[in-house]
Design a protein around this ligand. Sequence first.
Ligand code: GDP
Ligand code: IMO
Ligand code: MG
Length: 421
Amino acid sequence: MSTAVLGLQWGDEGKGKITHLLAREADMVVRFNGGPNAGHTLIDRGVKFGTHLIPAGAFYPGVTSVLAAGMVVDIELLSKEIRAVADHIGETPRVLLAENAHLILPYHRTLEELEGSGARFGTTRRGIAPAYRDKVAHVGVRAGDLLDPETLRSRIAWRLDLLKREWPASEEMQAYSAGALAELLLAAGKELREGICDVSPVVDEALRKGKRVLFEGAQGTLLDVDFGTYPFVTSSTTTFGGIGPSLGIPLPSIDRRVGVAKAYLTRVGEGPFPTELENPVGAGLRERGGEYGTTTGRPRRCGWLDLVALRYAATLNGITEIALTKLDVLNELDEIRVCTEYRIGGRSAERYPLSGERLARCEPVYEAVRGWREALGNPTSVESLPKAAANYVRLIEKKLEIRVGIVSYGPRPEETIGTTL
Ligand code: GDP
Ligand code: IMO
Ligand code: MG
């Protein structure tokens, strides 16, 4: 039986915690999109980790972690993460990296700076868009090239030649040498070599044998390159539909599709945000929720839960179950609002807008509910939450017509309702 964990908002929903919890019962954990723009926080045996590339399965001996072709990988960072996890768990985790996954090179980050997309879109400045762009423009470098130094050097030389001609005035760009970059990658990827392979048959076989495969999504549905708030999006498919092409196998039947959503909403980076709270209530959510980027340290913008967006995201992914996180962050509020409708030009917007510009013109219509103004204690079921908190969970279920199967009320694994520990 396989499971997918997907973000339903603008990322940082708490996917790291939820995937780490569910990975405990998996045989294989597959990350299928994005790169080190992701920052997934999890607490393993009391130690807090902020992971960017390594799947959460790596924390459990015996679980195979797979980085699929749809990812873009910074090989130095991945090697570092593997070493850190190995030190923590006392053995080297089994990590497989798709030979056809593309690599992020230092010049991708330079390119992102030169083009100014960091400032314009509030990207994570990890070279994500340039790396994905090189991939579709036939000038990328792939993990498999690490196994063939000659090909690696010539691919880098080819790309670098174009870049140097495009950016004659950039000292940083002009200073790169193909040979030195190849050496850097080969050295960084040395310990990983054995794990670089065609991962498709491995995942296919695991699925066929009925192994428990967990797909770990990065980013969130509203950052999807096609269905997010374009152009304020990331460069990969962040939805359920991204799993098939990333693996190169027919989209497997994944019965359990867990959509992770915060009990409120955050966004890091630029782009429209109809329910944003640029006031003390928003600042309070940021402080209580520790809403500072795992990857960049940037303060996250905070606002009320947006059920219009959530319904859209749940539908796009065919979500079967919601994991509602950070309920505890709402503890001190007298009143909580949820957005139930958008108005645009005085009329109700029928569908979630596909463009960032149109979303910017949407006005949220709110429903207010009573807060609970108390600590949540150690609840083991939704019924054992304070009544107003349970009502809040039930309201979300009712509006979305999807079961809330998991409720998270703190960063630690044990602060969770609905998963078997
Ligand atoms: P991800 O990118 O979706 O994995 O989320 P991040 O790790 O970037 O951000 C989620 C943050 O919230 C992390 O600091 C988590 O430790 C924390 N967190 C997760 N679940 C809860 C929760 O239920 N309550 C609180 N207070 N913090 C949580
Ligand atoms: P996780 O997996 C939150 C955002 C960036 C920016 C936009 C494009 O931790 O949820 P990029 O560097 O991808 O080209 O930036 O996407 N973004 C994220 N926001 N969480 C993430 O990942 C994100 N990954 C990218 O802030 O607005
Ligand atoms: Mg994150």
